[in-house]
Write a protein that binds this ligand. Structure first.
Ligand code: SF4
Length: 66
């Protein structure tokens, strides 16, 4: 099976919807909850979600310090 996502920017190798790496089924992806992911992909999604949460916390702390 092949799939082409309209949100994928081929030239930049990025997801335009999420402004970041294309990792199918990650949080906010059009495929989130709509497909079964491998253990490897699930681990990758978990890491991305952690990084995103950490970045949001850091941005929030920086805004409060202003
Ligand atoms: S992360 Fe999801 S929404 Fe974004 S380009 Fe990849 S498949 Fe499409």
């Amino acid at each position: 099976m092949t799939f082409h996502c309209q949100n994928y920017d081929i030239a930049a190798d990025r997801c335009k919807r999420l402004s970041g790496e294309c990792v199918p089924a990650r949080k906010g992806c059009v495929l989130e909850g709509r497909m079964v992911v491998s253990d490897e992909l699930a681990e990758r999604i978990r890491r991305i979600n952690e990084e995103t949460a950490r970045r949001k916390l850091k941005d929030s702390a920086a805004r409060q310090a202003e």
